[in-house]
Design a protein around this ligand. Structure first.
Ligand SMILES: NC(=O)c1ccc[n+]([C@@H]2O[C@H](COP(=O)([O-])OP(=O)(O)OC[C@H]3O[C@@H](n4cnc5c(N)ncnc54)[C@H](O)[C@@H]3O)[C@@H](O)[C@H]2O)c1
Length: 330
């Protein structure tokens, strides 16, 4: 992991120098992406406040930072008001459960984190005159019929389907961000994150997203559970690339008010992904096919030309390499 953090810092280039003097609030900072972000910020000398209610995050994700003078953890639910008497220059709002199984089990918490929660987080940014970054998602495009999907695409979303607690909540979250930008002149940035994976992603129970779930099943020589025939596609971005993109969007001077897709453009079917993971783990797991959940998007692939032009960002870690780094951690 240390090497991965060093790689992110190297790839941030001149942006990394503008991080050190900042006070940054990271909501959802004990989660998968949030803890990587906190770690890079702490390493660069920023004063980091990590706020998390540990709904899906883990204390172990942030334990290595707990004794650092420039890191503070606050256990708090962002849907409840909170005030800070220390300066805050940048708010990064990541707090939200994000696994499809959690959509089923905790739909109201997810809606609240991206509506009431973002309202609280935007209020903090407004009070402190801070910059605001929101981690939205490719899910706001729904089952897109424009592939690769650009930021202009408006979405094909079912407002009353099983995923609506997540995709409609994120759409509402984006609307909040734009309202605060327009009405209060806040410096805002919206990242539309496409599937990201890597160490610290949870595999178990409702937290398990596809890659950690497949890796754990393959390592145990247990059946790999595929929904549908596995012909649906996703484009998987390794965490170091994603975190670099998010930090470039948050800390670049020229990105005020922008909405940017951040993800890999290499599309793969879920069946090919399962086979690849089987191969990389030398597993004897069999494929087990389950009914496709309702409204599962058929294809997902971003157009990232805006991120390339605006941030000089593009993914660098090949899928096989990122998978091996992830498998090692398991
Ligand atoms: N990882 C991905 O592929 C991906 C893709 C698209 C969007 N995103 C977005 O990125 C963000 C981080 O996702 P992640 O993959 O790290 O998920 P994660 O579940 O690992 O992290 C989310 C964190 O938010 C915390 N949280 C949830 N509700 C909260 C609340 N009400 N108050 C305070 N903390 C709360 C959780 O405890 C957890 O630590 C989320 O907003 C997610 O929607 C992630």
């Amino acid at each position: 992991m240390k090497k991965d953090i060093e790689e992110i810092i190297r790839n941030l280039g001149k942006i990394s120098k503008s991080i050190g003097d900042k006070n940054v609030l990271v909501t959802g900072g004990a989660g998968f992406l949030g803890s990587w972000i906190c770690e890079v910020l702490v390493e660069q000398g920023a004063k980091v406040t990590c706020l998390d209610n540990l709904a899906s995050g883990l204390e172990s994700n942030i334990s290595s930072m707990r004794d650092k003078g420039n890191f503070k953890f606050i256990e708090h639910d962002i849907t409840q008001p909170i005030f800070f008497d220390v300066p805050i220059d940048v708010v990064m709002h990541l707090a939200s459960r994000a696994s499809p199984f959690e959509f089923e089990k905790y739909p109201i918490q997810i809606l609240k984190a991206n509506t009431l929660g973002i309202w609280v987080a935007l209020g903090i940014a407004k009070e402190h005159g801070a910059r605001f970054l929101y981690t939205s998602t490719s899910e706001i495009y729904g089952d897109a019929n424009e592939i690769p999907t650009t930021e202009e695409y408006r979405g094909n979303v079912n407002p009353i389907g099983p995923r609506s607690c997540y995709d409609e909540a994120k759409r509402c979250g984006e609307s909040y961000v734009i309202a605060y930008k327009n009405q209060h002149g806040l410096d805002t940035r919206i990242a539309r994150i496409f599937n990201t994976y890597g160490p610290r992603m949870r595999a178990e129970g409702v937290y398990g997203r596809v890659i950690p779930r497949f890796v754990e099943q393959a390592l145990g020589n247990n059946p790999i559970t595929i929904f549908g025939e596995g012909t649906q596609t996703r484009s998987f971005c390794y965490v170091t690339d994603q975190v670099e993109g998010l930090l470039k969007l948050a800390f670049s001077e020229g990105a005020k008010g922008e909405v940017v897709n951040i993800g890999s453009t290499k599309e793969i079917t879920i069946l090919s992904l399962a086979k690849l993971i089987n191969e990389l783990t030398n597993s004897s797991s069999k494929m087990e096919f389950h009914p496709l959940p309702k409204d599962d998007p058929q294809r997902r692939n971003p157009d990232i030309s805006k991120a390339k032009k605006l941030l000089g960002w593009g993914p660098k870690v090949e899928l096989e390499v990122g998978l091996m780094r992830t498998i090692e951690r398991f």
